[in-house]
Ligand binder design. Structure first.
Ligand SMILES: Nc1ncnc2c1ncn2[C@@H]1O[C@H](COP(=O)(O)OP(=O)(O)OP(=O)(O)O)[C@@H](O)[C@H]1O
Ligand SMILES: [Mg+2]
Ligand SMILES: [Mg+2]
Length: 498
């Protein structure tokens, strides 16, 4: 990371994340059950994901492929051989009483992700990313409805066995805002890779670790360089149950203030696991932090070591958002802002390139970044909601490029009606009579307007330039508003000067 200077007397905020990402696969990681979580509770289960005695796991190749893609995207080391371990704990969401995960030989090690915070580039180290299975989901019912106040809890094992990638960052963040920027970038990358669906409920879940380190315990004058000893000595809290970028930022801001207040009042911060209560906007203590030895990790003997050597080289990834953003600026001469908007998802970027290739990069930028994304945003829609209808948008841009309708009509009437009513652009143009009037017709209206309004012509000829506006109005009326007022103005002047 770039240098940031420590001020005297500062309390430095240190944050590290464990991000759990559900991988988009049709079936679960160790069995053939569907990963569809919208089905009836406990419908997509089998002896393997229920942990019944004697059932044996079989690794899903699609999950490993997604993991390799993530590893390549974050430039991680992907060892030739990796292993699975059992992490033992007892909780109702975990029917086997252990979670199959990876321990000291994860599939991705030592990667990084570049983010941009307030215009500055920074690199966040990703210590590891490993494959594991998601536990089931718990629904707390009645009472206060919260984990600490419900009357009872329902268990749904549909989620149990969904492939997860746990991405663990170094404690590189110094503010909740940086965390938000990181999560946004990470999500973009995951979506580009096609391994993740942000729309899916609970597809990204974050454990956020935060500690406050007094500046005098940091030897370097660069806050990004804190010794491993100082990091290990600090009491950190781990906040669980965060499921959105905004939630992460809020939970961490709360936790930052809470810990700083404790320190300033001379109280120690407990090393503990806390729960983010989204509705109350606070973190609450759950339990003291479990230690590694509590989990009794041991090797998963039911799965052989996983060798990805050779095969991993055949797995390719698309151009990633940062690279594509830069290329858009260079290749199409776009501003950084436009390039960011146009690369926000792979679908948007692909569509932009289609339009720019067909017509003109600037026209394409206006149409995709401003008009289309603006109207979609207003309707709370995504470009993916237009599946199969992008040809219609393309046709609309063509109508504008060929000067067949005005840009204003195309945007305000045709595009909006396309999105609201689902009609095709040519249909709307005909129905609303938006086709620009032919040149002959306009010229004829110009001649007529001049013949019919000798007074206005006199006024114009005696130097009253405003009289031209009256004549433009007459021509617009005759052409039913479909002529271009600027063109009409010029045609009138030409005719009057002749
Ligand atoms: N002093 C610190 N302040 C804040 N975060 C820290 C500090 N030291 C380490 N971290 C972060 O804590 C996280 C540790 O995650 P890791 O999964 O390795 O262990 P864990 O939280 O003990 O295990 P578990 O998976 O059971 O939660 C990392 O994201 C790391 O960056
Ligand atoms: Mg943790
Ligand atoms: Mg962890």
């Amino acid at each position: 990371m770039t240098a940031q200077t420590v001020q005297q007397g500062d309390l430095v905020t240190v944050i590290g994340l464990e991000v759990h990402v559900q991988l988009e696969t049709d079936t679960k990681i160790f069995c053939g059950c569907s990963t569809d979580q919208t089905d009836e509770p406990n419908e997509n289960v089998c002896p393997v994901c229920l942990g019944l005695p004697g059932a044996l796991p079989v690794l899903n190749e699609a999950a490993v492929e997604a993991a390799v893609k993530i590893g390549k995207a974050i430039d991680a080391d992907i060892p030739e051989e990796t292993r699975f371990h059992r992490k033992n704990y007892y909780y109702p969401d975990l029917p086997k009483n252990f979670q199959i995960t990876q321990y000291d030989e994860p599939i991705c090690q030592d990667g990084d992700l570049e983010i941009s915070v307030e215009g500055q580039r920074r690199t966040v180290t990703i210590e590891r990313a490993h494959l594991e299975e998601d536990p089931g989901s718990l629904q707390h019912v009645g009472g206060g409805g919260g984990i600490d106040s419900a009357d009872y809890t329902l268990v749904d094992y549909n989620r149990a066995g969904t492939p997860l990638m746990e991405i663990v960052t170094a404690p590189d963040f110094r503010s909740p805002g940086e965390v938000r920027a990181f999560l946004a970038e990470l999500e973009e990358v995951l979506e580009y890779l096609g391994v993740f669906d942000a729309e899916r409920d609970g597809s990204l879940r974050i454990d956020a670790n935060l500690s406050i380190i007094p500046e005098d315990e940091i030897e370097s004058d660069d806050v990004t360089e804190i010794s491993d000893e100082a990091l290990a000595a600090a009491n950190r809290t781990e906040v669980k149950n965060i499921s959105s970028h905004k939630g992460a930022e809020k939970a961490l801001a709360y936790e930052e203030t809470r810990q700083k207040n404790a320190i300033q009042r001379g109280r120690a911060v407990e090393q503990e696991t806390r729960h983010w209560d989204e509705s109350r906007g606070i973190t609450v203590s759950m339990r003291s932090k479990e230690e590694e030895k509590d989990y009794r990790y041991f090797e998963e003997a039911d799965l052989p070591p996983l060798r990805v050597s050779g095969w991993k080289d055949e797995i390719s990834i698309p151009e990633l958002p940062t690279a594509r953003r830069e290329r858009f600026q260079e290749e199409y001469g776009l501003s950084e802002e436009a390039a960011s908007k146009l690369t926000s998802t792979k679908q948007v970027a692909d569509f932009y390139e289609d339009v720019a290739g067909e017509f003109d990069p600037d026209l394409a930028a206006t149409w995709v970044a401003d008009n289309l994304l603006g109207e979609l945003n207003y309707r709370d829609m995504e470009i993916t909601d237009l599946e199969g209808r992008l040809e219609d948008v393309m046709r609309l841009v063509e109508l504008v490029a060929d000067d067949e309708i005005t840009a204003k009509n195309a945007h305000e009437t045709v595009l909006r009606s396309m999105l609201d009513d689902g009609d095709a652009p040519d249909e709307i143009v005909d129905r609303e009579g938006l086709g620009k009037t032919g040149e002959d017709e306009v010229q004829q209206a110009v001649v007529e307007a001049i013949d019919e309004n000798p007074d206005a012509v006199d006024d114009y000829e005696s130097g009253d330039d405003g009289a031209i506006n009256f004549l433009v109005g007459q021509v617009m009326q005759k052409t039913g508003g479909s002529a271009d007022p600027g063109d009409v103005n010029q045609l009138l002047r030409a005719e009057l000067e002749a």
